[in-house]
Design a protein around this ligand. Sequence first.
Ligand code: AMP
Length: 326
Amino acid sequence: MKRILTGLKPTGDLTLGNYIGAIKQMVSMQNKYDSYLFVADLHALTVKQDSEELKMRIRKFIAMYIACGIDPEKNTIYIQSENEYIPAMSYLLECTTTYGEASRMIQFKEKSKENANFSVGLLTYPILMAADILYCDADYVPVGIDQKQHVELARNIAERFNNRYGKTFTLPEPILNETGTKIYDLKVPTKKMSKTEENPVGVISLFDTLEDITKKIMRSTTDSIGIIKYDIENQPGISNLLTIASSLTNKSIKDLEREFEGKGYGEFKKYVALVVTEEVSKIQDKYSKIINSKELDEILDKGIEKSRKLAKEKEKIMKEKMGTIR
Ligand code: AMP
């Protein structure tokens, strides 16, 4: 069985966009692949974080993914920072990476321009990401387009290491998840719904109350055409609501168009609000049962044990090949 690895950066609250665009796909992929899922808390540290908030978010993220259907029996779930072998491997990989390569990363170039006091971690974190991927010989890494270059860097580093020291790593491949369903902001339906959006009126957080969700949907931007039809150019708001409703029911967009033929936007919005609140309510029920449970700690303990064992072995092999072992 091929191995797939996903890292989750614990920033912002997970949105309906994350759920429909990424988490639902992960839930369906967990049956096909040996799945590894971790909270990339060390990656979050490249920029300044509130430590109390970060600590809380790490746990919230994992609990929410499980509440959304990630099965702890089918996934190895862990917190990145609990595996000390990964940063150790990262240093060994840094010595196999050129400064030119690291500084050519688009994310580094863009983010270092935004803030003159950027951390060294901003330059080196793609190499830490290479360690995240290579220690467990992941075959596939699902990423957005912005992270594709980093998976390619991991592949290049692995290839160079293999050539220099003999076969050590599986060469990972990025899987672009851009082809998945994209959910747009409810207020500005030409913009992607994002968990880091400052003005949350168009963003449905999975932590929103059901009342707030209904309000946001009822007040979402539409148009003056008055027909419920999927037309992303002329009716982006209605098209977005159709995508949301179709993704959460077994109905196709065509079926929904037929069902709401001749009906008003108000009635359609009420229906979408009902579909979304029913789904989110189930997720929130499950979340509240997990968040403070012993079971969550057991899942994380089991995950980190497996992850550390693999990373420990891989780091030892690397050190033996590089000559830094007694
Ligand atoms: P982010 O929230 O940007 O860190 O993205 C985490 C994952 O969720 C990525 O796989 C994104 O492609 C996916 N995602 C985030 N926002 C949306 C959205 N509005 N529609 C679809 N997928 C999304």
